[in-house]
Write a protein that binds this ligand. Sequence first.
Ligand SMILES: *Cc1c(COP(=O)(O)O)cnc(C)c1O
Length: 356
Amino acid sequence: MSRFFSEKFNSLDPYVPGEQPRDMKYVKLNTNESPYPPSPEVLASMSPENAGKLRLYPDPESAALKDAIGKAEGLGRENVYVANGSDDILNFAFMAFSKPGGKVYFPDLTYGFYPVFAALHGLEAVEIPVKEDFSIDPADYFGADGMVVIANPNAPTGRILQLDDIRKILENNRDNVVLIDEAYVDFGAESAVCLTGEYDNLLVCRTYSKSRSMAGARLGYALGDKALIADLETLKFSTNPYNINILTQLAGIAAMESEEYYRDRCLAIQATREKTAAELIKRGFTVIPSMANFIFVKSDRISGEDLYRGLRERGVLIRHFDKERIKDYNRVTIGTDEEMDIFLCCVDEMLKGASK
Ligand SMILES: *Cc1c(COP(=O)(O)O)cnc(C)c1O
């Protein structure tokens, strides 16, 4: 830390992304990327002709991209906000929709970036424990005194909240923004987007990083009442008006026009998920029921840490969290069938020698 760094940020503890090692080729099941490539239309949008457009600034309104997203979601352009990944949207939402020094509510087990954004914006994080089975009790969020943030499906557990429960949380927080982070909604959960017309306090966050195979493009979007969207635009035009580069705007449009391609890949991932879960259960693992492109698992024969380390030595990366409550678990991204076979093979090899 330099002596110039603002004391405001002295105690900031930055988010630690999952490792992206370059030393060798791993079976990469640690950061919830898609194992499948972007659609052919997306690849075609990265043409030399389109690259030539880099000379000019991109459309600061991202109008064509918003229209493509709006069309796919059944909403108007004014209900869509786009940003460099949904992390960017979360940052602005924490900044925009909390009182200075106020509170923000989210589960104790959830996306590790929420506490970081709370700290960054000087907010008090109220971390509400999930139940023993990792499910969320909607009543815990009723009458909150600040913004409520819930990932649905939740990470790293994969558990979902039903739409009825989200509705109850909205009903009981009329004066708070309720942000539903739907990074993983395309893998079998029900979206809350259909409630945005009814509740002006609902903001739904989506990303191209997981189900649309575009983590490297950095593109996310938010859907909600046009006044909420306008607030996010105010922050954007006060920081970085040209936030989405021209190639990413074009790729984002192409992806929205490849619904069938992505639907098939999401179905394939769900089938692989169920197959992998069944195989692990056969081997005595506890597998939390997941509606995401990952599973949260623990073995009674090998510790979470040992499983993580042993797999890494064998060239398979999964995600281990040090947090006390979940240290026996690992989060395993669903790859292709072939990748999951390699993963299971390595697990078998380790279990043979394991005695916990
Ligand atoms: C991956 C993830 C994000 C971030 O997605 P980007 O669009 O890549 O920034 C946000 N929320 C959750 C719950 C995630 O898992």
